[in-house]
Write a protein that binds this ligand. Structure first.
Ligand code: MF3
Ligand code: CO
Ligand code: CO
Length: 280
């Protein structure tokens, strides 16, 4: 997810690199290409799932993902993706415990029993990006950690269920925020969902907090991610010196789930839904 662009600029408009405000509406042919990329993303997470065990390194998960993606003739969008300090150096994001998002796989980072880890993948297939993530339980996490993960996934679904033509971007964030906060958690502000198609991070931004009835109107053909990051403690984030790794300022746990969705004539189509999960 891109950093949120806050409504009050701290720099002049020229200095600020605003993404294009233009929202692309995909044709049905383009949507089918998006669906292919999104299905590959879902299958990649399914493929990685049995490897998410105590003792595995995040580097190993990265290398498995990179090889799987290459074998299918696809590219990993994160690899070399431009950042403010350095390009992202790996093929997937692996965010453990207090890491909110954009964790960098590393051969020193070994998963331990009780960890939670978000794995975020974005293969590019035929020019289109499929963006999805899940938070996995490693071994036997505490009831507190499990509850956070459950509420985070449900908050994503509540956001998804707010999507239909004529609804507003604010309806999505309001649904997520109302639920997560009622459960005693906080919603990360500094990273948001985003339009996604041939461009990885496109308009519109999709905050995971907000007010019903506010923001841009949703129209058939819009495709964007919903990817709430939910924290046990404060919503505040800080970025490590690597320029990517975002962690909670209080070092309490953070979880995240992400789907890429399309607005349809009468509702929503979850493009990154796993076929395996549908049958489960
Ligand atoms: N997949 C992330 C998202 O959901 C973005 C990762 S950008 C990277 O938007 F460079 F960190 F990989
Ligand atoms: Co995303
Ligand atoms: Co993602």
């Amino acid at each position: 997810m891109p950093p949120a662009i806050h409504p009050e600029p701290t720099h002049t408009v020229e200095e600020q690199k605003q993404p294009s405000e233009v929202i692309t509406l995909l044709s049905s042919r383009e949507l089918e290409r998006m669906r292919k990329a999104c299905q590959m993303a879902a299958q990649l997470l399914d493929y990685l799932t049995p490897f998410v065990k105590p003792g595995v390194t995040t580097q190993k998960l990265n290398d498995l993902a990179e090889a799987w993606t290459k074998q299918r003739g696809a590219k990993s969008a994160p690899l070399g993706y431009a950042g403010t300090v350095m390009p992202f150096p790996r093929s997937i994001c692996t965010s453990i415990n207090e890491v909110i998002c954009h964790g960098i796989p590393n051969s020193d980072d070994v998963l331990r029993d009780g960890d939670i880890i978000n794995i975020d993948v974005t293969p590019i297939v035929d020019g289109y990006h499929g963006d999805t993530s899940r938070t996995f339980l490693v071994g036997d996490p505490s009831p507190q950690a499990r509850r956070l993960v459950e509420v985070t996934e449900e908050s994503m679904w509540r956001g998804i269920r707010a999507v239909k033509p004529g609804a507003r971007v604010g309806d999505i964030g309001a649904a997520i925020q109302a639920y997560a906060e009622a459960e005693g958690y906080s919603v990360v502000r500094d990273f948001v969902g985003h339009g996604v198609h041939r461009i990885f991070h496109a308009a519109p931004q999709i905050p995971h907090y907000g007010e019903r009835g506010k923001g841009k109107k949703l129209r058939p053909g819009m495709v964007f991610t919903i990817e709430p990051m939910i924290n046990i403690g404060t919503h505040e984030a800080e970025i490590l010196a690597d320029g990517w790794t975002a962690i909670t300022t209080d070092r309490q746990l953070s979880a995240q789930f992400e789907h890429t969705v399309a607005v349809t004539k009468d509702g929503v189509d979850v493009l990154t839904l796993s076929p395996a999960k549908v049958l489960a």
